[in-house]
Ligand binder design. Sequence first.
Ligand code: SF4
Ligand code: SF4
Ligand code: SF4
Length: 246
Amino acid sequence: MDKPRVAFFDFASCEGCQLQVINLEEDLLQVVGAVEVVSFREAMKGHSDDYDIAFVEGSITRHSDEERLEGIRRCAKVLVALGSCAALGGINCLKNFHDQEYVKKLVYGDKALLYETYPARPLKAVVPVDFEIPGCPINRNEFAMVVKAFLLGKKPEIPNFPVCVECKMAENICVFEKGMTCMGPVTRAGCGACCVTEGSFCWGCRGLVDDPNADSQRDVLATHGLSVQDVLGKFRLYTGFSEVAK
Ligand code: SF4
Ligand code: SF4
Ligand code: SF4
């Protein structure tokens, strides 16, 4: 059987999710052995438009991105959004809450007129997406799991329960007990609550679970001293493109 041909692409992003793929170390050899990588700018020279699976990182931030993404969609049998910028719009959507001319000037100064930009959006706002791997950055083990599932012809399973479940399994003390606030109750698990385990709190980087109890989360954050603006900021950090952050 021919190996599936795989290509990686990036739009507005820090490329940290592609770096996680390169950081797979020994698992990378297994993955690379099972597929044929035909395009991966961060890791190899050369490019081919003949591929089966496209992993696309980054969010769409200008009209010219749409044409390029539509071309990738036409070539790919399976299109996977790699990371929260691609899957959710992610941190790039923070600019959507500001005047776009102001944002452009802030970034490009007196060269602002030379650059096009529009409010950031996830891939699925432009083309159909077959699968999403959330996270900022992605969890590389989850990426390996997704590739293995594709190779076996199975649908990969991304958790649809909150980070709090994994946080309890890790036997962490809840940060609300320590005077901090946390987005774990409404955020999709799959990271093992790593930020809490490492002494921080959940910032919400994997996006919202399906049907999140956003009203209760807003109430809890307000009860712990956050202003309306602070609560909005918590929801907007990664999920600004979603309705709950509007
Ligand atoms: S999701 Fe995060 S790590 Fe991945 S490309 Fe976007 S900003 Fe970078
Ligand atoms: S620290 Fe955050 S993720 Fe952990 S149990 Fe508390 S609210 Fe949930
Ligand atoms: S704990 Fe929250 S912020 Fe940290 S990786 Fe998991 S989902 Fe992202």
